[in-house]
Ligand binder design. Structure first.
Ligand SMILES: [Zn+2]
Ligand SMILES: [Zn+2]
Length: 343
C-alpha cells in the first residue's frame, strides 16, 4: 500500500499541466480528540491520494489542520469522504477566492505535536471546550456592546495593516505572548466582560477561547472562520463592514484589501502605506512596510547596509552568507532598528 509521495514536485507539475483540469484550493481545521494520529494520517493519505488531492496536512492528538488542492471534479467524492469521518462531518471548508492550480504539488500528511505552532505547553485544558462561535452579523452587534472587549489574536505585523474598529491589538511577536497580556489586562473582568476574539481564519482564537474558558472567563466568543469568512459574509449578506484596512495573508499576496482605509505608514518615510515587502537582501529578508518611492530609492532594501550587499554580484553575496545560511530563517518579522517609522 502506498503511504508516501512517489512523484517529485516537477513531475507533479507536469501532470497537472497535462491534465488541464481545474483544481480548488481549500483549507479547513478541526480541534478534536484524536486517539491515534498515525492511523488517521494513513487513512487520510490513502483516501486523498486516490482522489488526486494534494496539500499540506497536520494531524495531532488535538485535531487536524489542512491546506489542500482538490481536483474540482473530485470535490463531491472528497466531501462525502470527509463527512464519513465522524468528527469531520460538515466541517467548514474555506475555499480560496483566487484559484491557483499549482498551489500544492505534493500530498504531505504529517503527524505533529500540535496542529498550529502555538507555544502552549499547557495540556491541562480541553481544546474542544471552545467559546461561542459567532457569524458576521452577531459579531457586528457584539462589538458595539459597551461590555465587550474585542481582541485581535494576531501578531503585530498583521494587525498593523488592518484590524476591526476598537480592537485591542497586542504588540506581540507570537500568539503565546498575547494570551498572557490579555489575561493580565482582563483579570478583574473574567465574569462581567464579554471577551470577543478574532484572527485570520479562526484557528488561533479557537484555541485561545478554550484557554480563556479554562482560565475562568465566563463569556468568551470568537469570530467563526476569522476575517476571511467575515468578509465573505459581509459581502454575501450586505452587512456593514467594520474591518479597517487589509487582511494580512500568508501567501505571496501578503494582504487582501478589505476596506479603502490605509491605517499604517511606510516604515522608511512615514507616509500612509500598507504594502508589506521582504528586504531584497536575501541574507536579511526582513518583513516590513515600504512605499513605492522608498522601494525605488532603497532598491527594495530595508537599510543602506542591505542595499550595499544587494548591489554585490550574486556569487559574492552567497560567499558572505556562507556559514550564516540560517539567518533568513530567523524569526524576524517586522522588527528592526533601521525601521524609523515602525510604531
Ligand atoms: Zn516610504
Ligand atoms: Zn534588510
Amino acid at each position: 500500500m502506498q503511504l508516501y509521495n512517489t512523484l517529485s514536485a516537477k513531475e507533479r507539475e507536469q501532470l497537472i499541466e497535462e491534465a488541464g483540469k481545474d483544481r480548488l484550493t481549500i483549507s479547513f481545521y478541526k480541534y478534536a480528540h484524536i486517539g491515534n494520529p498515525e492511523i488517521l494520517r494513513n487513512h487520510l493519505f490513502i483516501a486523498w491520494n486516490e482522489m488526486d488531492v494534494l496539500g499540506r496536512i497536520y494531524v495531532a492528538y488535538e485535531g487536524v489542520n489542512a491546506q489542500l488542492s482538490v481536483p474540482a471534479e473530485n470535490f463531491e467524492t472528497f466531501k462525502t469522504h470527509l463527512d464519513s469521518i465522524t468528527f469531520l462531518e460538515n466541517v467548514r471548508l474555506n475555499i480560496a477566492v483566487e484559484q491557483d492550480n499549482k498551489s500544492f504539488l505534493k500530498l504531505k500528511v504529517k503527524v505533529r505535536n500540535k496542529i498550529v505552532a502555538d507555544g502552549l505547553n499547557d495540556d491541562t485544558f480541553d481544546v474542544t471546550d471552545k467559546g461561542v462561535h459567532v457569524g458576521a452579523e452577531r459579531f457586528n452587534e457584539l462589538i458595539e456592546d459597551p461590555d465587550t472587549v474585542l481582541v485581535d489574536m494576531r501578531n503585530h505585523y498583521e494587525s498593523e495593516i488592518g484590524h476591526f474598529k476598537n480592537a485591542v491589538t497586542p504588540d506581540v511577536d507570537t500568539f503565546r505572548d498575547s494570551l498572557d497580556i490579555i489575561e493580565e489586562d482582563l483579570k478583574e473582568h473574567k465574569e462581567d466582560k464579554k471577551l470577543v476574539m478574532y484572527c485570520t481564519g479562526g484557528i488561533r482564537c479557537e484555541k485561545a477561547s478554550a484557554y480563556y474558558k479554562h482560565k475562568g472567563f465566563k463569556n468568551v466568543f470568537q469570530l467563526e472562520g476569522g476575517i476571511i469568512e467575515y468578509t465573505r459574509q459581509v459581502k454575501a449578506e450586505g452587512l456593514e463592514n467594520k474591518f479597517l484596512g487589509k487582511n494580512f495573508v500568508f501567501d505571496h499576496r501578503r494582504g487582501e484589501r478589505i476596506s479603502e482605509d490605509v491605517i499604517s505608514s511606510c516604515h522608511q518615510c512615514g507616509k500612509p502605506c500598507d504594502t508589506h515587502v521582504n528586504c531584497a537582501n536575501e541574507a536579511c529578508h526582513l518583513l516590513f512596510i515600504q512605499c513605492e518611492d522608498c522601494a525605488k530609492a532603497m532598491d527594495n532594501c530595508c537599510s543602506t547596509e542591505c542595499q550595499d550587499v544587494h548591489a554585490l554580484p550574486y556569487e559574492e553575496q552567497k560567499r558572505l552568507r556562507k556559514g550564516k545560511h540560517a539567518s533568513n530563517k530567523i524569526f524576524k518579522k517586522g522588527r528592526s532598528e533601521v525601521l524609523k517609522y515602525k510604531k
